[in-house]
Design a protein around this ligand. Structure first.
Ligand code: CP
Ligand code: NVA
Length: 313
């Protein structure tokens, strides 16, 4: 069974095909093929969501399938039913399952017993659907005709703020996989984890990212400046200290001016204006945040199409 838990679960050739399919779905919408006809897909959330929930729900519907949104707390999982039994039971009803959860081992646990494809809708470790959407959003600008992934090669991304979070991990993995340069700047104690280095090694990817505490050094020459919330879901107890520690990493116009003149600003959202990013940067013409959000819909449909094809669902 082919799942989509990590960015490298698709070969580069498959990823290229996902981006081209996403472009064709975007252009043809609402006339998309009913590839999920007669299928029911579950969306299981252990954490809050706006974009992931709505884009998957709409996307499954638009591909002719039936989406069922489940909140882990309101299922028997919330009362202690095992991941193994939940995966076996849900596999008897559904043709696929998107999961947003805490520890990455929970989603990996589902793949042990599921007989349907599992899609990662964010874990504490990574957020691959967001990254595929972000790369698609960049390809719309770098290679709008054929969405050729080679156009990503050599482009520099700078990630600021919480450089040990799921989004930072996903960016580091994708930069290595797609041949981009990546620099990260965040406070002491937020360097990328040993778990991330191990994941790069396990996938045969080079450990070439540059991490520093100096935001201005990191953004020099950047084609893309990226940030994420300073307090991720699950980190709420550390909120007060994080806000203080990360204040020097706010993406504001001074920092944007230190990147390439034409650099794009990106954020997976939700944004907290005045914290990780200033309002003027969010509103600036080089901010492509709402394209990123929209493209979740198109890209995830293409991810589902790729999984359906690979698994012959
Ligand atoms: N970017 C993202 O995944 O947003 P949600 O938390 O709203 O799903
Ligand atoms: N790092 C954030 C991403 C939200 C989409 C979180 O995990 O809360």
């Amino acid at each position: 069974m082919q799942h989509f838990l990590k960015e490298t679960d698709f070969t580069l050739e498959e990823a290229q095909s996902v981006f081209q399919t996403a472009k064709s779905y975007k252009e043809a919408r609402p006339n998309n093929p009913a590839i999920l006809d007669q299928q029911s897909w579950g969306l299981l959330f252990y954490k809050s969501s706006t974009r992931t929930r709505v884009s998957f729900e709409v996307g499954i519907h638009e591909l002719g399938g039936f989406p069922i949104v489940l909140n882990a707390q309101n299922t028997q999982i919330g009362r202690g039913e095992s991941v193994a039994d939940s995966a076996k039971v849900l596999s008897r009803y559904l043709q696929g399952l998107v999961i947003r959860t805490f520890d990455h081992s929970i989603i990996e646990g589902f793949t042990v017993d599921a007989t349907m494809p599992i899609v990662n809708g964010l874990t504490d470790f990574n957020h691959p659907c967001q990254l595929y959407s972000d790369l698609f959003t960049l390809l719309e600008r770098f290679a709008p005709g054929d969405m050729n992934i080679d156009s990503l090669k050599g482009k520099k991304v700078t990630f600021l703020g919480d450089t040990a979070c799921n989004m930072a991990n996903s960016w580091i993995i994708c930069a290595a996989y797609f041949g981009m340069e990546i620099a990260l700047a965040g406070p002491e104690g937020f360097a990328p984890s040993a778990e991330l280095d191990a994941a790069l090694e396990a996938n045969g990817l080079p450990i070439k990212y540059k991490w520093t505490t100096d935001a201005y050094q990191a953004v020099e020459g950047a084609d893309v400046v990226y940030t994420d919330v300073w307090v991720s879901m699950g980190d709420e107890a550390e909120a007060e200290t994080r806000l203080k520690q990360m204040a020097p990493y706010q993406v504001n116009s001074n920092l944007m001016n230190a990147a390439k003149k034409e650099a794009y600003f990106m954020h997976c959202l939700p944004a907290h204006p005045g914290k990780e990013v200033s309002q003027d940067v969010l509103d600036a013409p080089q901010s492509i945040i709402f394209d990123q959000a929209e493209n979740r819909l198109h890209t995830q449909k293409a991810i589902l199409a790729q999984l359906t094809k690979l698994n012959k669902v």
